[in-house]
Design a protein around this ligand. Structure first.
Ligand code: URA
Length: 211
């Protein structure tokens, strides 16, 4: 299974948080947020987890989250998205040869999933990667996504250290690392739009170069 069931209760803390959010925000989606984009895409972008008032509200990864502004704009610039992103799942935005998923599919308290939650959700990530037919590139947004991808691939973390702009070869595809495009990272300029674009420019070249 590449997606947890809507009523997934594997993680006690996340299930309880969803229950509480259903009461506090009954109009929100408040379920595990499914991956977005075609399953056979060349590019898989792996984020961390839905934001409470973003993806958890709208039901689409990064949609309504601060981080989505830079992500969707950059995907559009490099031909991985078409249409206008309007922070709304009905905005008509289409991903082109690109899929977006999260290492953890349910919103965590304070945007911080804990180790067991990352582990519990990993089989869904592993299946998402396995089922990605024409995969040429994965972009891991942040160290947690990077580590979870490596474990899903059965790869040793020490052999593939996380670093912004790093690229790791896995034969039929490459793993690219970026700092997460979170509000904190962009406001502190740990990650500038130029740094983020440079990663996707390289991904674009890689996807186009691989047959
Ligand atoms: N929204 C998501 O869906 N994922 C992230 O990693 C951050 C915000």
């Amino acid at each position: 299974m590449s997606e947890p069931p809507l009523d997934c209760r594997i993680c006690d803390r996340l299930a309880a948080f969803r229950d509480a959010n259903r009461i506090a925000y009954p109009e929100f989606y408040n379920n595990p947020v499914p991956s977005f984009g075609p399953a056979d895409a060349s590019l898989l972008v792996v984020g961390l987890a839905p934001g409470l008032k973003g993806a958890n509200k709208t039901g689409r990864p990064f949609t309504g989250d601060y981080a989505g502004d830079l992500l969707y704009e950059t995907l559009g610039t490099y031909g991985f998205a078409r249409g206008t992103y309007a922070a709304d799942p009905d905005d008509g935005l289409q991903l082109v040869d690109c899929r977006i998923t999260n290492a953890v599919r349910c919103v965590p308290p304070e945007n911080k999933p804990i180790g067991t939650e990352i582990r519990n959700c990993r089989p869904f990530l592993a299946t998402t990667i396995e089922q990605a037919g024409g995969l040429k590139a994965i972009v891991a947004l942040g160290r947690i996504a990077h580590d979870s991808v490596l474990t899903a691939l059965d790869a040793r973390r020490a052999s593939y250290p996380f670093g912004h702009g790093a690229r790791h070869d896995f034969g039929s595809f490459s793993l690219f690392d970026s700092y997460h495009c979170s509000r904190y990272n962009t406001n502190t300029r740990r990650l500038t739009p130029e740094m983020f674009q440079a990663v996707f420019a390289e991904v674009r070249r890689e996807v186009d170069a691989r047959v």
